[in-house]
Design a binder for this molecule. Structure first.
Ligand SMILES: [Zn+2]
Length: 331
């Protein structure tokens, strides 16, 4: 795969902004091998899901520009941006954050200098408040990058090592979106049209899901964790009834062929949205039963709901049971 003149030009801009310190010339030449750090999967005409390195991303593109949904873990934004150019043969134009968590916003710093970054209004103070988390996590992907076996990842890891050593220079504004959505907004970008929707508190208090109706693709953000326990962010404003409401709202937008990109897990279909809704209902019933039996909060958190005992991300299951306990015992 060869980078065209515009791709090189864009990457020079990035290098000039200090974003790709140590990355360009040598690494870019290696990139032409066509290997990628992330797993890129076409999901529709002009749409690719990007798996690995944090929450699942989605790239929607026309002939000119791309809209990127979610920016992965700290340190990986530059790779997402460069690979998006390589894979779509276009220039990223806009980045959307589905919510504030660092595995979806950690790469924002590769986009904020020159592109629009959009998030729900309540995400902004939370993003600013987690600057230490971004700084501390910058070096984490280094080993993973080196182990991908992708030729340029080695050079990207070297660059990241430098950035991590100077993490204190990162500012909250490097990650802060410049555009906000309150409830719902149609995003038109060239031939790409999508609806950004916030239905209230769910996984956090600032979730957005992204529906690309013309291409029948839906990015759920972390309102759907496919095949695993979700993370229930009590301090981030999570709310289980609101979460279910969000899931039902999303499901109504789908038909049998809708491609669903969950925040985590495999690309799936609309059934998985209802599976997530049912998960909360079953867990709530179980927690209520245990409360009625007089079990303690700690005991409830420690007890798996049997039918989900095989799910991955057990720590997430603990947050769900704690959240439901708090909701069900609140004044
Ligand atoms: Zn999340």
């Amino acid at each position: 795969m060869h980078l065209n003149r515009r791709e090189f030009a864009c990457l020079s801009v990035l290098a000039g902004a200090g974003l790709a310190a140590g990355l360009p010339a040598r690494a870019l030449a290696r990139m032409q091998s066509g290997q990628t750090v992330f797993e890129w999967t076409p999901v529709c005409n002009g749409g690719m899901a990007v798996i690995g390195g944090g929450g699942n991303s989605l790239v929607i593109f026309d002939r000119e520009e791309a809209v990127i949904i979610d920016a992965k873990n700290p340190g990986l934004g530059i790779i997402l941006r460069i690979e998006a150019e390589m894979m779509t043969r276009t220039r990223p134009g806009v980045l959307v954050n589905t919510h504030h968590h660092a595995d979806h916003t950690g790469g924002n710093d590769a986009f904020t200098p020159d592109l629009s970054v959009i998030a729900q209004r309540k995400a902004l103070p939370r993003i600013e408040a987690q600057i230490d988390k971004y700084r501390e996590s910058l070096g984490r992907p280094i080993t993973w990058l080196r182990e991908t076996g992708v030729s340029y990842a080695e050079t990207a890891a070297d660059a990241l090592e430098q950035q991590a050593a100077n993490a204190s220079r990162k500012k909250a504004s490097d990650y802060k979106p410049g555009r906000v959505v309150d409830e719902s907004e149609e995003l038109r970008h060239g031939a790409s049209v999508m609806q950004l929707t916030h239905v209230g508190a769910g996984h956090t208090d600032n979730d957005l899901f992204v529906h690309v109706a013309r291409r029948n693709v839906l990015h759920t953000g972390d309102l759907v964790f496919e095949g695993m326990h979700p993370f229930f962010d009590i301090n981030g404003g999570a709310e289980s009834v609101g979460w279910e409401h969000g899931l039902e709202t999303m499901h109504r937008l789908c038909d049998n062929d809708t491609v669903v990109i969950p925040g985590h897990g495999k690309i799936c279909g609309p059934d998985e949205i209802m599976t997530q809704r049912d998960y909360f209902q079953r867990c709530r019933d179980a927690v209520q039963k245990w409360i009625n039996e007089g079990r303690s909060k700690d005991e409830i958190i420690d007890t798996e709901v049997e039918e989900f005992a095989h799910y991955g991300f057990q720590r997430g299951g603990r947050t769900v049971r704690e959240g439901l306990y708090l909701e069900l015992t609140a004044g």
